[in-house]
Design a binder for this molecule. Sequence first.
Ligand code: ATP
Length: 342
Amino acid sequence: MSSQFPVVVIPGDGIGPEVTKATLKVLDAAGAPLEYIEKQAGLAALEQGDDVMPQDTVDSVRKHHVALKGPCTTPVGKGFTSVNVQLRKKLHLFAAIRPVRSLEGVPTRFENVDLVIVRENTEGLYSGIENEVAPGIVTSLKVATENGTERIARRAFQYIQNRDRKHLTVFHKANIMKMSDGLFLKSVEKIHGAEFPSLPYDTQIIDAGCMKLVQDPTKYDVLLMENFYGDVVSDLAAGLVGGLGVVPGSNIGHEDAVFEAVHGSAPDIAGKGIANPLALLMSGVMMLNHLNETTGEQSFKDAAENIKAAYNKTLADDQKTGDLGGSLSTDQFADAIIKRLA
Ligand code: ATP
């Protein structure tokens, strides 16, 4: 490819800028043909006197269709609406796809974990509609729509079909939330019957499902669930393969795609130069594969394979950041990966 492909880069805040810098360094060293258009969001945007979610950033992703995004802090209990939630809603990024895999060199209780979480990203209990209906009484609205639940069900089955995966498990709590989770299940059943009748799927009540998941995650393949459950189960699943430093993600809509790690801005370690950049780098690899699929350009795939082999080798050589039991800084880990690029 002679020209560079434009992608929006949103460093975010907290550890975001550190892990973004390390990630871009590796992408460049691997020869990924990318041109970065840097835009701000979160506390970084606020500090520049802008909105937490500047319109210019949203417009830029709409224009270029692909973004790599660092984490943005979400204040607890007060303050602004989550930047992550805002961006996903504004761009209609209705599907979060989060692969959770065991890594050689990262010993955990289970080997051979290979799960993919498909999380509905725009409705459910994260609709952000909360009210104080009377003094001392608040309500939080859980939203499920036919359109929203059907499109995420379709995306999950498409994922299984296109990636040759084996089985879909739907986590729900329709025994209690009979209408909202009931609609979710009805939509899965409808889309399955009408469009993917030969693909195997089952449903599990989420509490029992979580117990089985931690007992033996290798029994699961692709997991589908609503927004809030997906947030919680993603972190739980990250814990099964080494923690939040190693789980990437993508947020996909019909038009646009934003790639970001599952972890948050980790304010407890921000600015110390010790954050693990691997989750964002892996998200960058997902972005390269997405670009290969959407443009047909082979050099994206080549760069993705090269980076993947290099970070696997780095971990296998026991070169790791502190969260994985190693002693490398963010930059040293990025350099160790670059050294192992083909
Ligand atoms: P949010 O609710 O904003 O998604 P979270 O609950 O997922 O955030 P994080 O900010 O990701 O929380 O942090 C959870 C813990 O994991 C913290 O102790 C943090 O330091 C650690 N952590 C998260 N990401 C990384 C990383 N990339 N490298 C090392 N440690 C990390």
